[in-house]
Design a protein around this ligand. Sequence first.
Ligand code: NZQ
Ligand code: ZN
Length: 385
Amino acid sequence: MYSFDYYNPTHISFGEGKITELDKLVPVTAKVLVLFGGNSARSTGTLDEVKAALGERNIVEFGGIEANPTYETLMQAVAIVKEENIDFLLAVGGGSVIDGTKFVAAAAVFAGDPWDILLSWGAKVTTAMPFGTVLTLPATGSEMNSASVITRKEFQAKLSFMSNHVFPQFSILDPTKTLTLPERQVSNGVVDAFIHITEQYLTFPVNAPVQDRFAEGLLQTLVELGPLALSQPDNVEVRANLMWVATMALSGVIGKGVPHDWATHMIGHELTALYDIDHARTIAMLLPGMLDIRRESKQDKLLQYGARVWGITQGTNDERIDATIEKTREFFETMKIKTRLSDYQLTKTHIDEIMIQLERHGMTALGEHQEVDLAMSRQILERNL
Ligand code: NZQ
Ligand code: ZN
């Protein structure tokens, strides 16, 4: 196992009715900007519950943060923070609202051009405003991590940053708030969480059995609960466990002391930026081909994953890896997520466009061995056509 530092200051308040805890978690004297997305927070009643819990505190609302939050919209929120002397941010929504709030938290106190936050991958962030979250969509893990992904429309660029300054102070996870999710978002959440785990687990062995077995347990839980979340949409127990799996998948704990991949995510971000395809769908259509093309360098972990998560123990190594990749693809399809570029009307011409974007964004040496260069990215995309 590699050496590591583990730091995670986010306070989690989990369970039905926990929104009332806001009264304890948000400073009494705070002037709060409540950030949310399109309409779901309002139409589901969650926003009203949040406002009721904040009581007499001085609040300002900022709605309209898009799925795949944009720099353009978020800079409007930064202006309001400054005009209104806001001193606390509260995100109410899914990964997009939380990621957007992280950016606002950093940008509002950033000396210089805020786009540098993204261009420096967060390295230039030296401080940020305090903020909390009320999660309404289990998927990204953003509620308990220090990462944020922001799209700048004018550049068709979707870039991420990380900083210890943008961990949420607290996150409220009330599983009943996820019962209003459309099926498409439930599917997206399960598959996104699944691939967050594979990005940190399906690399090469470094003798880290705690991280491995934790990751395998989370994957098995998703395999078991994902289909139930679709067939039993009112089952709160299922939703509660899904919420916690998704948080644990990217809270940092399974990724400490082990190599990471993230090539699937980096290429996937380009597909969302170019064609506006849901994040989880982009990565579902990349992962099977990614594992296929990189089967040699990932062989040991692929065999371990196949055996422990899918019970595949028979046949030659190649046969076992084929069956493992097929099981992974089938799982995504069971979650009603298509896994081929052609399912999204993408062709070879689109692959050429994607290659230009990857080069433009410096995505030319991805993966745990930095072996995913442009030529390999093209191969991976073509394998998934
Ligand atoms: O905009 P509203 O009307 O609120 O509707 C949202 C949105 O359209 C809706 N929704 C959310 N909660 C709901 C609900 N509808 C009904 N009931 C509820 N309780 O769901 C739609 C999608 O929301 P979004 O926040 O975009 O989804 P998700 O949580 O999947 O976040 C995706 C974003 O997170 C980034 C992605 O790139 C993408 O931009 N990621 C962030 C990561 C991180 N910070 O660590 C890691 C991930 O890999 C990912 O890249
Ligand atoms: Zn993701």
